[in-house]
Ligand binder design. Structure first.
Ligand code: 3YP
Ligand code: ZN
Length: 372
């Protein structure tokens, strides 16, 4: 069965403006206008490579629809949705909540198309229309909490898709694996007390949001133990990530027995990323995908749906994305990662003792999930 692939030209039109990376340009403060880190290039170029490589012809193209108000409101407070709607009507748009997350005039409609794209992709997997799916959507979602956007995220796309599957009885037990290099705090907050949604975030220790994603954040109430955080030290590479999946992610999935695995797929743990200090490679992401496919085949009929999150190297994100899509679809295009000989040769790509220590502690959390 085929892999679903969802993209829309409007995702490239989400306008984060002429910022100086993170900040509004401000000549008096020395901030020369350039581009926001979260600009369209990484995603449009990934989509270009999917087309140019010929992979697109082996995928089933899915079309997004806008998420309805009711669908957004399953996760978000009405006041957040209304504020985005109102600021979106301003001539120059607004900000999702923290001053780092601008959107242009009409940005509300693009953000709701991204959330709706996650819903469409999740439904296509649950219905069996496709075996698995990748939603290349923008703006991203995993930092958006019920009450606010932040960290470039407007609405919590993946969480909205998960709540939709639950509300429409398409799935009840759902596992989230977030390999974006930043903490998936918004997704975690949404399901903090929900025993039916397991959230696992693998991120660089304390990068963004500040002081978020420590290992002692484990969920509460009925959801106690169903949030797992793996805060990897800066400098972690492919060896560390493979160990996390082997010792933490896959055992937790085995224990939890989800009906579908949702992946928050950021490529900002790559060796080329400007917003973090990890050393992942396209080949590494391919192996992580293979290990999830293995688990999904064993646990839930192979059902995996990925939503695109961060990733800020316009030259490298496309190769990471292509590798993941090749793995999901089982089709090799013949395009090889030209950076692999360089990035794979970095010292410290294999598992280091100080990384193993963190992973060992996180493995306890997965084991506890198994024994209840
Ligand atoms: C938000 C402000 C500084 C770091 C940035 C992180 C955005 C991201 O890729 N989150 O997954
Ligand atoms: Zn990120």
């Amino acid at each position: 069965m085929a892999t679903g692939y969802l993209w829309h030209e409007l995702f490239g039109w989400h306008d984060t403006g002429t910022n100086t990376g993170l900040f509004p340009a401000n000549p008096a403060a020395g901030l020369q206008p350039l581009q926001h880190f979260e600009n369209a290039e990484t995603k449009t170029r990934m989509n270009s490579l999917v087309g140019a490589s010929g992979l697109l012809e082996h995928l089933v193209q899915l079309s997004p629809r806008p998420a309805t108000d009711d669908e957004l409101l399953r996760v978000h407070a009405r006041q957040h949705v209304e504020r985005i709607r109102e600021e979106s009507e301003l001539p120059k748009g607004g900000d999702a909540g923290d001053g780092f997350s601008p959107f242009g005039h009409g940005g509300f409609e693009i953000a709701r198309l991204a959330a709706g794209g996650a819903i469409v992709a999740a439904e296509a997997v649950m219905s069996g229309e496709v075996a698995n799916a990748y939603a290349l959507i923008r703006p991203p979602g995993h930092h958006a909490t019920p009450d606010t956007g932040m960290g470039f995220c407007v609405f919590s796309n993946l969480a909205i898709a998960a709540r939709h599957l639950q509300a429409t009885d398409q799935a009840s037990r759902i596992a989230v694996v977030d390999w974006d290099v930043h903490h998936g705090n918004g997704t975690q907050a949404t399901f903090w007390e929900d025993p039916d949604v397991l959230t696992i975030s693998v991120h660089q220790d304390n990068v963004f949001p500040p002081n978020s994603g420590a290992m002692d954040e484990q969920g509460a109430g009925a959801g106690s133990g169903t949030a797992i955080n793996v805060p990897l030290p800066a400098g972690s590479g492919v060896g560390a990530y493979l160990e996390v999946f082997k010792r933490v992610v896959v055992p937790a999935l085995d224990a939890f027995e989800p009906e579908i695995i949702l992946v928050a797929s950021g490529f900002d743990a790559s060796a080329a990323d400007p917003l973090a200090r990890q050393m992942m490679t396209a080949g590494g992401y391919r192996q992580l995908t293979d290990s999830l496919l293995d688990a999904a085949n064993r646990l839930c009929g192979g059902r995996i749906m990925m939503t695109h999150e961060g990733g800020y190297s316009p030259v490298y994100v496309p190769f990471c994305g292509l590798a993941v899509l090749e793995a999901l679809s089982g089709h090799r295009t013949g395009i090889e990662d030209p950076f692999d000989p360089i990035f794979s040769g970095f010292a410290g790509q294999d598992l280091q003792p100080h990384q193993a220590e963190v992973i060992e502690a996180a493995a306890e959390l997965a084991a506890r999930l198994a024994t209840g």
